[in-house]
Design a binder for this molecule. Structure first.
Ligand code: TXA
Ligand code: MG
Length: 318
């Protein structure tokens, strides 16, 4: 049976907060993807999240707070981190920062690291729940570990039916790709641990440049393993058109006679990002093989195309 889905009004928010106070888990909409939210202070709650997602306990969670002030209670902000937070919060940016000793986030949420990943989401329901709850929430994407992230309340209600007390319905996620994860380093440079909804163009506009974290980097995101976001079906990338027996996940022009879904007929990258995970799920339920159109990394939002291609490459890895 699917978990209950509550409309996102005042009574829905209060029910979610009540469940969280009782140590239960809640499906929470954010502007990026739906999160599996729980009290970040309680190791028993965090353990329940790892178990529900079947997530290895060495893979730390993102802590969600309502304001920069609240974030500063848990992590140390240098000048670069402060500039980033002031420019992009609330929004799809996660910062990996040194954890404050004696701060509220339990060690299990950080998987024992001396850093903590923190973000201030923009979605009004996420903000209302966190502010009313009054303490930090951990919220990994509300999918089973390694599978496709959820962008609608129904995805969570089905995938994590036994784990959540309820799912708050915030409609389809506006951004559709997870937050961009950045780690400011001691020498003033910026490491990107995960490509995401916040593009490099917005950072460049502030004169900031990122280096992508690699195997030898000082910091990495333990969760960025190659095979990730994986549907059951086989994915063939950069396809011009589907072969017989393949469904098509298109972008822009639609090949005649193809069966499938178009991420954006207009070739709009924002629309494509918002549709990506939902369409992957939907096609995965309809066939064993999916051909995917190429998503050109050009134009004023090329880095969004890069983030989409990053997810597609991981989804295609075997
Ligand atoms: O958009 C998002 O960020 C969504 C919504 C729900 O907020 N959340 C999300 O969480 O994507 P999750 O748990 O699916 O991804 C968290 C990523 C993982 O790859 C994890 O390894 C990395 O963040 N991470 C968390 N804490 C970290 C830390 N202290 N150092 C490095 N990486 C960290
Ligand atoms: Mg995830």
């Amino acid at each position: 049976m699917a978990a209950p889905i509550l409309a996102g009004g005042v009574s829905g928010v209060l029910a979610a907060v009540e469940a969280l106070r009782a140590g239960q888990l809640v499906g929470l909409p954010t502007e990026t993807v739906y999160g599996l939210a729980g009290d970040a202070r309680r190791p028993d709650v965090v353990a329940a999240i790892y178990a529900a997602k079947r997530r290895p306990a060495f893979n730390p969670l993102i802590v969600h707070v309502a304001t920069l002030d609240q974030a500063r209670e848990l992590a140390g902000f240098g000048p670069l981190a402060l500039r980033l937070a002031e420019a992009f919060w609330p929004g799809p940016l996660t910062l990996v920062l040194p954890v404050n000793a004696g701060g509220p986030v339990c060690e299990l949420a950080r998987a024992g690291l001396d850093t903590v990943a923190v973000r201030v989401p923009q979605h009004p329901l996420a903000r209302a729940v966190i502010a009313t709850f009054g303490a930090p929430l951990v919220a990994p994407s509300a999918n089973l570990s390694g599978q496709v992230s959820p962008t609608r309340a129904e995805h969570v209600a089905v995938d994590l039916a036994d784990a959540v007390a309820l799912v708050l319905d915030g409609g389809p996620c506006g951004q559709g790709l997870e937050s961009t994860i950045l780690a400011p380093t001691a020498n003033g440079s910026l490491l990107r641990l995960r490509k995401g909804s916040l593009g490099t163009e917005a950072l460049a506009a502030l004169g900031m440049r990122v280096t992508d974290a690699g195997p030898g980097s000082q910091v990495i995101a333990p969760g960025m393993t190659l095979r990730h976001y994986a549907p059951r079906a086989r994915l063939r990338l950069n396809a011009g058109s589907p072969e017989p027996g393949e469904l098509f996940l298109g972008f822009g022009a639609w090949p005649e006679g193809a069966r499938g879904l178009n991420l954006s007929a207009a070739g709009d990258l924002r629309e494509a990002a918002a549709n990506l995970f939902g369409y992957l799920r939907s096609l995965d339920g309809q066939g064993d093989a999916i051909a995917v159109a190429s998503i050109p990394q050009v134009g004023p939002e090329a880095s969004l195309a890069e983030a989409i291609n990053d997810r597609l490459t991981r989804a295609a890895a075997r």
